[in-house]
Design a protein around this ligand. Structure first.
Ligand SMILES: [Zn+2]
Length: 356
């Protein structure tokens, strides 16, 4: 007997965890319209719903480079203290609304200095906004903990500097580091100095790999740079033939390296063909530590509730699978072990128990 399919409203109330979500990819359309007006930035349209649709269409081009180009507009309103405070605070409130209890937000400070803020000022301001959001969410009875990952841009040469910033702010809410931007043509090992510095300082990091580029990118990220998690990693399937794991795939599964998988985003950039055939399901079945993520909520027109609902409807996922990816995400979060255990024991497991 198969269990009845879990409905979207129940899914929304389930505790969730997201490890891979970009601050500049998740603005509210109405906020983007308002902030753009205050800074004199021209958007494709000033109607919030039409703007959300524009994003969704532009992001559906099947090309990572074009997908990334849509960030021009969100970044334009994230150059001031006001813009950063508001987007960071709303970011947290939107996660809380979506049932997220633990999130890691990531962004590239070097893309937010055009209005005169220094790199440390950008980080301080975002942390201030996140803290305000966390206080409001807790007061509303929907507490959410948010840690920050600072991204260096892989096509530029400031990653070593951003790594330093992550080290400097590790006691101020920054929990790790990442490199973002176009993967093809910009291999992780180009940024070895940043990763060696972070390893020397014992700051954890993840790397976007195996999305636009295949196994060599994942191999470099793990075995040359020393990443503790992989952003996307969908192309690890190229090292699995008829269910048999090659050396690299075996390393990923056996070392319990979390794959930060983002189904909708992968469809949009052409890294996956359909939700039904997205590698997250096959990798789950093979025992990989898969996690489910949104990547860019505005750009991809998604939420954690939507990503979960899509897998339930199109890939036959059940509530147990949703619990597994949530526990997986918190197990591989960059916050301390005792805090991860407490979140799983006190929040996630009781929440799923209540949904049965
Ligand atoms: Zn990403």
């Amino acid at each position: 007997m198969t269990a009845p399919r879990i409905d979207a409203d129940t899914i929304r109330r389930l505790p969730k965890a997201v490890l891979h979500d970009h601050l500049d990819g998740g603005l509210r359309p109405a906020t983007l319209v308002e902030l753009a007006e205050t800074v004199g930035h021209t958007l494709p349209t000033t109607d919030p719903q039409a703007l959300a649709d524009w994003y969704y269409e532009a992001a559906n081009s099947g090309d990572l480079v074009r997908y990334i180009a849509t960030f021009e507009h969100t970044l334009a309103v994230m150059q001031s203290r006001e813009g950063l405070l508001r987007t960071a605070e709303e970011y947290v409130l939107d996660l809380a609304e979506d049932g997220v209890v633990y999130g890691e937000v990531r962004y590239a400070p070097e893309l937010m200095v055009n209005g005169g803020l220094t790199l440390p000022e950008v980080v301080e301001t975002v942390q201030e906004g996140l803290a305000a959001g966390m206080a409001k969410a807790a007061a509303a009875g929907t507490p959410v903990r948010v840690g920050t990952l600072l991204c260096g841009m892989r096509m530029f040469d400031r990653t070593r500097e951003i790594a330093d910033l992550a080290v400097a702010f590790r006691d101020g809410g920054v929990v790790g580091f990442d490199i973002a931007g176009a993967e093809d043509g910009f291999p992780p090992a180009d940024h070895l100095a940043a990763f060696e510095h972070l390893r020397g300082e014992s700051v954890p990091f993840t790397i976007h790999a195996g999305e636009a580029h295949g196994l060599p990118s994942i191999h470099q990220a793990l075995q040359v740079c020393g990443a503790q998690r992989i952003g996307h990693g969908v192309r690890i399937t190229e090292d699995i033939v008829d269910g048999k794991l090659g050396r690299l795939a075996g390393w990923v599964r056996d070392r319990r390296i979390a794959l930060e998988m983002c189904p909708t985003s992968n469809l949009q950039t052409g890294a996956a063909i359909s939700i039904a055939e997205h590698p997250i399901t096959a990798l789950r079945d093979l025992g990989f530590r898969v996690t489910l993520n949104t990547d860019n909520r505005l750009v991809s027109g998604t939420t954690m509730t939507r990503e979960m609902s899509l897998l339930v409807e199109e890939a036959d996922w059940g509530v147990e699978d949703l619990r597994t990816v949530t526990v997986n995400a918190i197990k591989s979060a960059f916050i301390p072990f005792d805090e991860r255990n407490a979140l799983i024991r006190d929040v996630v497991l009781p929440g799923y128990e209540a949904a049965r």
